[in-house]
Write a protein that binds this ligand. Structure first.
Ligand code: FE2
Length: 176
């Protein structure tokens, strides 16, 4: 069950900020693991070379982000529990329906960008929170690492916007 589901179902213990931080980090850990599986499929499905390489570059970054989370867990002296980020499962499922879709290559690329920007924004929200919680707990070392990932996600998001602006040709942009 996701941390959010547990919170709604009251089986999640939120007695202190440190618990909340580790639970949210576990959620992000699951999100990154799922993305490591999903990004190669997104890259295969993309037609634009620029988009393909953006997904491939972000796959490498995502592997580092997972390692960075391992470092944060070690810093906090916490052994991560197996957690499933259900929100990311849903976002990836939406991405999969785009991968499976037929149609115009540019429009499909635009749809892949729309799906992956949702993912980036989800992660940016998550990393922004854990960065702030770590800072509030006096763990600037962990906060700095989390900020690095947050910056990478924000850059990935900006790059996707840039690609979207150039990708869809005016013919594809018009309804036929
Ligand atoms: Fe990430």
């Amino acid at each position: 069950m996701s941390w959010f589901g547990k919170m709604l179902g009251t089986s999640l213990k939120l007695d202190n900020l440190e618990n909340l931080l580790t639970q949210q980090l576990e959620d992000l850990y699951s999100a990154e693991e799922q993305l490591i599986e999903a990004l190669p499929k997104m890259a295969d499905a993309a037609s634009s070379q620029e988009l393909k390489s953006a997904f491939q570059t972000h796959l490498e970054e995502t592997r580092h982000q997972k390692e960075r989370l391992d470092r944060v867990f070690r810093m906090l002296g916490h052994q991560p529990m197996a957690e499933t980020c259900e929100a990311m499962e849903g976002l990836i499922e939406e991405g999969q329906s785009i991968i499976d879709a037929e149609g115009d290559a540019d429009v499909k690329d635009a749809a892949l960008i729309a799906a992956s920007q949702r993912v980036e924004h989800y992660e940016m929200a998550g990393y922004g929170c854990v960065r702030t919680f770590a800072r509030r707990l006096g763990r600037q070392d962990a906060a700095d690492l989390l900020q690095e990932t947050l910056d990478e996600e924000a850059n990935a998001d900006k790059l996707l916007t840039h690609i979207a602006e150039g990708i869809v040709n005016p013919v594809a942009a018009q309804a036929s």
